[in-house]
Design a protein around this ligand. Structure first.
Ligand code: SF4
Length: 325
């Protein structure tokens, strides 16, 4: 057992947050001592979250036709990815059908995610009505990811019963402009703060394997720690042909586990949600994510790529002696 890693873990287990210099040392050790890092990440997960694992499903409320240029995304109109360039907005009944399905399968949180920079006031009005219906008819929590939103719109969503807002940083402030040029990192931070001010839970994270450095990963983790978001979705690039990152090499499974474990050390009390790219990149080692400190998964299909059947994920979690909640 590596003594330095044990020392860092003991600090985290006694409620201390690691300083950047310690995180850099840990990161340097983590490749050679991956087993140790995983062991302690699991201990940290158990200490702060016990055996409970959160699970959510998402539905693309609006799919494709996005004016923005995020370099990893199939939904941007700027890239030829096979996704329709005219946005498709799901009907009330399609969104309700997804919610009923999630509830039937025991998924406690349902996220409605829109492509695009922002949504109109009329659409916010429709979504407030849908939120009330989902909560009363299906009895599950409602989360939304709608791009950049105003204080007024967020307030209306919160009043309707939306629990959590998703808005990712994607990467570090330093690297952001290499990946997105149509909006700024600052706008993303501002939206996160706006949603928090309205009292919503915040699901904000990013995507890994897009050419970022280890320092970028640490920067993003520390930014998220400073923002005090409650859930950090961790996506791992699934290269989409036609996008600027379409030919990028995917991260190896052990590298993904290492990144999740490093985030568990940096963000001990924050839910880490392994989301996009789990099935493609982790293959047979998916269940190891919990040992690396993951406390939440996105189950079912992703926005533009296929995921795994919810039933399989429920079985994976329960076979490990963990509980969905
Ligand atoms: S990530 Fe969102 S904002 Fe960026 S291109 Fe895709 S749909 Fe548009």
């Amino acid at each position: 057992m590596n003594e330095q890693i044990r020392h860092f873990a003991e600090q985290v287990l006694t409620n201390k947050l690691l300083e950047r210099s310690d995180i850099e040392t840990l990161s340097g050790l983590s490749t050679d001592f991956l087993d140790d890092v995983l062991y302690w990440a699991n201990e940290i997960r158990k200490k702060y979250f016990g055996n409970r694992i959160k699970m959510c499903s998402i539905v693309p409320g609006r799919l494709g036709g996005c004016s923005q240029d995020c370099g990893f995304c199939a939904q941007s109109v700027r890239y030829d990815t096979g996704v329709d360039k005219t946005p498709r907005v799901l009907s009330d009944e399609e969104i309700m059908a997804g919610a009923r399905e999630a509830a039937k399968k025991g998924v406690p949180h349902y996220g409605i995610v829109y492509s695009g920079r922002s949504v109109s006031a009329d659409e916010i009005e429709r979504l407030t009505g849908l939120t009330k219906r989902i909560r009363s008819e299906c009895g599950i929590g409602v989360c939304m990811g709608l791009g950049i939103v105003s204080e007024e719109a967020i307030g209306r969503l919160a009043a309707a019963g939306v629990e959590r807002f998703n808005h990712n940083l994607e990467t570090s402030e330093r690297y952001f402009s290499q990946i997105v040029s149509t909006h700024t990192y600052g706008e993303r931070v501002k939206t996160i703060r706006t949603a928090m001010k309205a009292g919503l839970g915040l699901c904000a994270g990013g995507i890994f394997g897009i050419g970022e450095t280890e320092a970028d990963r640490i920067d993003m983790a520390l930014e998220l720690r400073g923002l005090e978001v409650d859930t950090v979705p961790m996506n791992f690039l699934h290269p989409i042909a036609g996008t600027p990152l379409g030919t990028m090499q995917t991260l190896k499974p052990r590298e993904i586990l290492r990144i999740v474990a490093l985030y568990r050390f940096i963000l001990p009390r924050t839910h880490l949600k392994v989301a996009g790219g789990r099935v493609l990149n982790l293959r047979d080692v998916q269940s190891w994510i919990f040992y690396a400190g993951c406390t939440s998964i996105l189950s079912g299909n992703y926005l533009t790529t296929a995921g795994r059947a919810v039933e399989e994920d429920v079985r994976m979690v329960t076979d490990l002696g963990l509980e969905i909640g």
